[in-house]
Each structure stands twice: as C-alpha cells, then as structure tokens.
Ligand binder design. Structure first.
Ligand SMILES: Cc1cc2nc3c(=O)[nH]c(=O)nc-3n(C[C@H](O)[C@H](O)[C@H](O)COP(=O)(O)O)c2cc1C
Ligand code: FES
Length: 581
C-alpha cells in the first residue's frame, strides 16, 4: 500500500516532471515527505526510489546526508535556533536553553503531542537578526524568550507565525558609489515596473543585440571577480565554456544562492529587495555562455526570498522582459551544497560530495553538461557592467578587483546590516558605517569574509583594504563578504571552537583529512574549554589542522586548517590562559 494519499503521491510525481531530468526533483520531493510526515520513514524512501527510478540506498544516503531530513519523528513545528558565531554573541545558547525548559524534551525529539521539536542549527543566513530562529521553512527573526513563547502559543492555537519584518539592514551612508543597493530606499523595488523606472532590463536589451563573445569581453574589461568566495575572474570563467558550435548540447547556468557561510546574508537581502537584478543578470550571463536551462539554487531557509523570486520571474516572463523560464531549486540544509561541484551533485539528486576537478563544471557540470555556477551578487553586477561599460566598472575598484561589493556585517557591532562599498575600501570605514563596536567596547578581532576566513587582529583590521588581493596580503580572504566583528570580551578559544564545530558538522566526510581532522580539532578545543587542556594541545592543534589544508578536494577542509592556524598564532594568550588556568 502507498504510504501517501493520492494527492500527496500526485504532488511527489510532479517533482519528476519539473526539471530537465527527473532526478533533479528528488531533493525537493524528499522535502515534501519530511514536511508531510515529520520525518522520512523507510517506506517513504522505498516509494521515492521507485518513483525516481533510483536505487534505494541512494535515496537513503540523501535522506541521511542533509540536515533538513530526519530519520526519526520531528515535531510538526520544528523550531531551529542558530548557534553559530554572531548568534552565539547575542545569546543563541540562552534561547536553546529556554526552549529545552519550555518544551521539556531533549533536542530533536518531538513533544508528546507531536506538535513541537527544537534543534540547534548552524547559521540561518540571518545574522543581522541574531540570535536568529526559524519555524519550519520560515525565518522568524531575532529570538527572545517572549517571542519564542508567543510563537509557540500562536502555533498551538493554529495561528500562523507572525514573521518579524526581515531587516535589510542599513546601507552604508558614506559608502560612495553604490550599484546594487542604490535604490533600496524604494519599498516597491521588487516590482518590475519600479525596477524598470530605474533603467531595469535596459542592459539585457543591449546584451541581446551583442554577440556572446562581446558580452564576455565587456565583463573581462570590468575586472569583475566572483563574489561567492573564490574571487575567480568571471569573464575568464565564462571563456572556458565550450561554445555551442563545438558542443551542441544543453548548457546550464546556475545562480548560487546557497549562502550558508556563517556571517553571510547579503544574497538574502539582495534577492529580497532587488530580485529583478538577479533575473536580468542571469539572462545576460545566459546569452554570454549560451545557456538554455537557468537555475537559482537557493538555501531552503530562504522561503520568503524564494516566493519573491518566483513572483518576479513570473512577472518578468509575462511582460516579455525575459524569454526563458528560470527554475528555482532548494537545498536541504547542507553548507557544502554551496561549493560549486557539490551543488551539481545536489542538483542531480545525490548527497553533496564535491567533485575533484578537472573537469571543471564549465566543461562537465550537471549530468556532464557545460554548467556555469556564479554567485547571486556576481550576476547582479552584470546589468551595471553592460549599462555603463566594463571600463567604468573597473575604475570603481583597485587594479584587479572591479566595482563594488556588498558586505554583511554582524556580531558585536552597533548596526548589523548590509553595506555596499567600492572594492578596496578600508575595513575601518565599513565598521564605522555599521556604527562601530557595540556598547563602546574595544575591537578585538574581525573575521573579514565569513566565519571560516582567517581572523584579523584589531591592528590588522585598522590597516586592511577590502579587496581580493589586499586581504590575501593581510593573510586572510575576502570570502563572501561576511564581516563578523568581535569585541574585547570575546574568548578566542570559544570562537575557534564554534568555527571548528561548524566545519566538523558540515564536512561531507569524503576526504579523510577533513573528516578526521575537523573532528580532532573540535574535540581538543572542547576539552580545553572544559578546563582539561594539556600543554601539548597547542602543538597538536597546529599539527592536526596543518595536515588538513591542501590535502582535500574542496575549500571547506582548507578552512579547518587556516582558521585554527590564524587564531592560535594571533591570540596565543587566550589559549595559554585556559590551558594553565
Ligand atoms: C564549502 C563551500 C561553500 C560555498 N558556498 C557558496 C555559496 O553559498 N554561495 C556561493 O556563491 N559560493 C559558494 N562557494 C563558492 C563556490 O564553490 C563557487 O566558487 C561560486 O559559487 C562561484 O561563483 P562566483 O565565481 O560568482 O563567485 C562555496 C565554496 C565552498 C568550498
Ligand atoms: S544566523 Fe546565526 S550566525 Fe548567521
């Protein structure tokens, strides 16, 4: 007998028809299963395996891999509280303790009435709302004991959760030239008509009259570098895509909106306020790389942003602003899905194990097709480049890093929010725009590109310039532009423990140095925090973490080593104090 009602079975079947290949709907179908039953049962896995015509062990591997799925019953309403750095600094652990007492069950277990369960999660992409919490697929806002109680009572009474308005954050008032956030004061910017009033879709019209190679040349002139983390020159990446004249088969283009690096939430804000800029950017890139199938791969927690994007896509299509459809696909709670080669696996309906290039995705991506993966913000820059010309864009930033970039600022700062600055801006100016360190305290450190980028001391931060090369020479990385600010009260052993615990949790387990190294590093740090550190710990931490970087497939493993190395070298006193205390 089918474990599903005829309506549920029909909805699941629809996922096999939604995307260019049936298996691309597998993760979405399992999301439906999790939502309808509160967990993925063995009989559900068997049903999905048959429906998608894939082996049962593959479905089980997917269900076991992604944190969104549970293999034991979760509550009807899953309350998730972020425990990562920016939320930890603002009381996330206290909120978890409150939930434990309030619901009276261990983490992950459903209450006896089956209504609720709670869990600590890694960054929800809402660090401006720290301590952030979500219910089901919806981000609610900044948690407080009162708000959590109210949400629980509302849900018990069958009322919908009142979502706190998602704060876009301020955009830097003194940030000089702005390309993406210039019109953020306009409340209706997400509507096609308003976007058009500010010149929206004129760049796409221009691109439609250009040859693909000429669009790529313009982008190369702009010095646009990928804003998803690696900083690879965008035009150069596109040039590696085999043209249709050489490989006459479907080409794919994916906007990477997975955004799960702790401290980063700028893509969320950009998509929410300015969805048409992403749609226009995707359509321009599609022309340059001759893509036929266009995707936005968005993290599942961005339910609201997904709705806004889908409405905007529909509006743009109906008005004839874009010719093609854009598929929106969701992940299932795994940070590693944001890594481009792992993302391809999630899209194919598998667990997100990164692939070892070569071949690179541009040559062999989704189902072996040429696939370009670009970050949301990278794609959003394209309309400005086409409209004003690559040279004008390049001139905004220093040599080698054109244009502006949008920073997510969070942690111990007065005004968390997103701030747009020209590339090469001094870090101190961004911190000042965000109101400086909270409560008039002294700055201790900054993680400049997201929680897993190497830490900068206050002295280094005072001199740092925010562009790819500038931060590399300062021994860190611009990453995805997530500035996590730590004041003088921050304990760097605790900070490193949170980072390493996150990396261990998110390690996909494929490369032994990352899988084992992240575990050892997190365990040693736990021991030091519990007061049981031994003098050999520092040497062991350096040795173990040093053996991970450079011996793994993807950059997650590199972060395990680099984060630990920088923290131990720059704040040795914090470690010694705990070990000898
Ligand atoms: C563990 C890991 C997570 C990543 N997460 C993201 C992400 O959420 N969004 C993103 O754009 N890039 C992410 N990246 C970088 C992508 O692999 C890829 O470089 C990027 O999407 C390319 O787009 P860009 O060239 O426009 O930056 C991640 C990389 C790693 C190793
Ligand atoms: S939402 Fe908590 S650290 Fe990002």
């Amino acid at each position: 007998m089918s474990p599903f009602t005829p309506e549920q079975a029909k909805a699941l079947k629809a996922w096999t028809l939604r995307y260019p290949k049936p298996q691309m709907g597998l993760v979405e179908a399992l999301r439906d299963v999790q939502r309808s039953h509160g967990w993925v049962r063995p009989e559900d896995e068997a049903f999905i395996a048959e429906l998608f015509d894939v082996p049962l062990d593959r479905v089980h591997a997917v269900a076991a891999f992604y944190p969104y799925f549970t293999l034991t019953p979760a509550g009807k309403h899953r309350v998730c509280v972020c425990r990562n750095l920016s939320c930890h600094r603002r009381g996330g652990d206290r909120m978890l303790e409150h939930l434990r007492k309030r619901l009276g069950v261990p983490e992950g277990e459903a209450t006896p009435d089956g209504l609720f369960s709670y869990e600590a999660v890694e960054c929800l992409g809402a660090c401006d709302h720290a301590p952030a919490f979500s219910v089901g697929d919806e981000l609610v806002g900044a948690a407080s004991e009162e708000l959590i109680d109210k949400v629980i009572e509302d849900l018990k009474a069958g009322k919908p959760v009142q979502q706190a308005p998602i704060v876009i954050g301020a955009t830097g008032p003194e940030s000089g030239r702005k390309l993406l956030t210039k019109h953020f004061g306009e409340p209706e910017l997400h509507r096609l008509e308003v976007y058009r009033r500010f010149g929206g879709y004129s760049a796409l019209e221009k691109a439609s009259r250009m040859r693909p190679a000429d669009i790529t040349s313009e982008v190369k002139r702009s010095n646009l570098r990928g804003l998803g983390g690696a900083g690879f020159p965008t035009g150069m990446k596109w040039e590696t895509v085999p043209p249709k004249s050489q490989r006459d088969e479907p080409h794919y283009l994916v906007a990477n909106a997975d955004e799960s690096e702790p401290g980063c939430y700028k893509d969320r804000a950009l998509m929410e306020r300015n969805p048409h800029a992403l749609i226009e950017g995707l359509a321009i890139a599609a022309r340059a790389v001759e893509a036929d199938a266009l995707f936005i791969f968005i993290r599942g927690e961005y339910a609201r942003q997904k709705r806004i994007l889908e409405e905007a896509i529909e509006e743009a299509r109906k008005a004839g602003a874009i010719a093609q459809d854009i598929f929106v696909m969701r992940g299932a709670g795994a940070y590693i899905s944001g890594c481009d080669t792992a993302l391809l696996e999630t899209m194919e309906g598998r667990k997100a194990w990164p692939r070892q290039p070569p071949p690179f995705p541009t040559v062999s991506g989704v189902f072996g097709r040429p696939t370009v993966v670009n970050n949301v913000e990278t794609l959003m820059m394209l309309p400005a480049i086409l409209r004003d010309g690559g040279e004008a864009f390049a001139k905004i930033g220093p040599q080698g890093s054109g244009g502006t970039r949008v920073y997510s600022v969070s942690g111990d700062v007065e005004r968390p929010g997103i701030y747009e600055f020209p590339m090469g801006a001094p870090l101190s100016g961004i911190l000042a725009a965000a109101g400086g360190v909270r409560g008039g305290r002294r700055l201790k450190a900054i993680l400049p590109g997201g929680a897993s980028t190497p830490v900068l001391t206050a002295e280094e931060a005072a001199k740092a310039r925010m562009d790819f090369d500038g931060l590399r020479s300062a021994g860190s990385s611009l990453g995805a532009g997530g500035l996590v600010v730590l004041d003088e009260t921050a304990d760097m052993v605790e900070t490193l423990h949170i980072i390493e615990r996150f990396l261990r949790h998110e390690s996909c387990g494929q490369c032994a140095p990352c899988r084992e190294g992240s575990g050892w590093v997190a365990r040693i740090l736990s021991r030091i925090l519990e007061g049981n550190g031994i003098p050999e710990d520092l040497g062991n931490l350096s040795r173990i973490s040093g053996n991970v970087a450079g011996r793994v497939i993807c950059a997650l493993g590199d972060s395990v080593g680099m984060a630990a190395k920088a923290m131990i070298e720059k704040f040795p006193e914090d470690f010694r104090r705990r070990i000898h205390a």
